[in-house]
Ligand binder design. Structure first.
Ligand SMILES: Nc1nc2c(c(=O)[nH]1)N[C@@H](CN(C=O)c1ccc(C(=O)N[C@@H](CCC(=O)O)C(=O)O)cc1)CN2
Length: 283
């Protein structure tokens, strides 16, 4: 995306004239719209909009000052993010390497337009892989007795590295409610099932016992309700009576890493608008 390019995202009560008003403001300020999406949600009466804007001819401040008047008139929640400012994504992992390795490859190849300031883990298994990529590895063990201190240290490092996004790339500890409330819409998890089926730590074993014919993965924002946050992306793959739970674990890895990569990319490109416990994704 060129210099001076931004993404403008808006959500507001639906009414006549929103697109016209926003487009008129952009035209009056010589802003080129390179991509535009909007959605009116009849059920909630809410309207959602995403515009990619290039060649903004006015200063960021002037744009915000001018647009805030429209936002007030239309009761908008809005964000204007420069595409030149990379988001800072802190990764968290336990012992499984497939999602972490996939994200580190996509980052090192430039596919993921973000910075990864550090990786936090409650185990040492991934230390070598992460440090091979030249990224700091922070080991914070979690036990039933040290959770408050452990997650206080997590917050310390999130703040230290000024991370704006936290990705749980198969991090197998429950994030405390306080952290979920501190970073709403900023913590992304990959759950290894096709939610809402099989929440918890062992979904493939649950799937095997149930005898399902499809298994999958779900990328979602983390809330204090386990595996119940707003869904960003999902996918499935077919299984049969022949697959054991262990074989399902293997088949699921590809689905997990691709769903997480897609979901994170949508988040990084401001393509995900959350409303209540649901999302609008302008993919
Ligand atoms: N507040 C939340 N925290 C986490 C979520 C979430 O949705 N909200 N997702 C999990 C990931 N996850 C499944 O995707 C998951 C991870 C861990 C567990 C669990 O029961 N963990 C046990 C400990 C297990 C262990 O030590 O190996 C526990 O924490 O007591 C369930 C689901 C990440 N966190």
């Amino acid at each position: 995306m060129e210099k001076n390019s931004y993404v403008l995202t808006i959500s507001c009560p639906d009414r006549v004239g929103i697109v016209a008003k926003v487009s008129a403001f952009l035209a009056e300020n010589n802003c080129m719209i390179s991509e535009a999406n909007h959605h009116a949600d009849a059920h909630s009466g809410m309207f959602f909009m995403r515009n990619e804007i290039t060649d903004i001819q006015i200063s960021d401040e002037a744009f915000r000052e001018g647009f805030s008047k429209i936002a007030e008139e239309f009761e908008m929640k809005w964000q204007l993010n420069s595409t030149c400012v990379k988001k800072r994504v802190l990764l968290m992992v336990s012992k499984q390497d497939h999602c972490l390795a996939d994200l580190l490859y996509r980052w090192s190849s430039g596919e993921l337009g973000c910075d990864i300031p550090c990786v936090i883990s409650n185990h040492l298994d991934m230390k070598a892989l992460v440090e091979w990529h030249g990224i700091p590895y922070i080991h914070i063990p979690v036990t039933p007795d040290n959770k408050p201190q452990a997650f206080a240290e997590v917050v310390k490092w999130v703040e230290h590295y000024e991370a704006d996004t936290i990705v749980l790339a198969r991090y197998m500890q429950i994030i405390p409610p306080a952290l979920c409330e501190k970073y709403p819409g900023q913590i992304i998890n990959i759950h290894h099932s096709f939610l809402p089926s099989f929440i918890g730590a062992k979904p493939y074993h649950q799937a095997f016992v149930r005898g399902v014919k499809l298994i999958g993965a779900t990328c979602h924002y983390v809330t204090q309700d386990l595996d119940a946050g707003p869904i960003i992306e999902q996918d499935v793959t077919r299984v049969s009576h022949s697959e054991s739970a262990e074989q399902m674990v293997v088949l699921g890895k590809d689905v997990e890493k691709n769903v997480l990569a897609r979901g994170l990319k949508y988040h990084l490109e401001d393509r995900v608008l959350v409303h209540g416990n649901k999302t609008v994704v302008f993919a």
